[in-house]
Design a protein around this ligand. Sequence first.
Ligand SMILES: N[C@@H](CCC(=O)N[C@@H](CS)C(=O)NCC(=O)O)C(=O)O
Length: 225
Amino acid sequence: MYHTLLSLKPRTAANSHGCIAIVKHLKLDDIEIVNAYGKTRTPEYLAMNPCHTAPCLELDGDAGAIWESCAIMRYLCVNNEGGDDLYPSDPALRGKIDMVMDWRQTGMYQSIPAIAYIVFGFPQKDEEAKESFKKLIDEHFPVLCDVYLKDTPFCFSEKPTIADLAIAPVLTFIKCRKNFWAAVPDKVKEYHTRVLEAFPGTQENFAMLEGMCTGYDGEGADLEP
Ligand SMILES: N[C@@H](CCC(=O)N[C@@H](CS)C(=O)NCC(=O)O)C(=O)O
């Protein structure tokens, strides 16, 4: 199996970090990680992935491609030795992991752009950033802490899974607004650290994203939540 994982700036792209962490953790050395920054709207890329997103896993030969970070993480775990460790096959646990990953995509992540996309140079309205943060605090973090992490250090699990890899790198984004991060509950901060520390092979990527976010001092960096 020889695939190419196309990532938008692999070092700082939170959406790609879970996929990269799996490649490193499972030692999938035949998967090449390629920077797709500036290429996602080219005719070649669109022919492969008309949704123009990264990460995107290009398969061998004429087998096409898989995009959406959570789908790629599942594919990598289901088709590689050791993948069960990160995506356990127990039906109830697997169902819950899938549920958490869908929640990340359709719920929690929706609150991220207005808070964090300033770091990419996309201006955001202060009111929308505050509203998004309020939603994280009032709605999403309680679900994360009081349901998914109620009895376990990782989501429904004693060990980290791809559900945690879907969530934790994205939380780093909040650090681009230091006063928002200061107001994040300790339980969320501790979870964030715990997940990232569980994947030492990806520390460089995590650290680059962290540095990009904590180093941001442009418009909105000092906004109060
Ligand atoms: N839901 C997607 C989001 C991926 C996404 O939005 N990627 C952005 C970068 S963070 C991207 O590829 N943007 C480039 C483009 O749309 O041309 C996933 O989880 O993979």
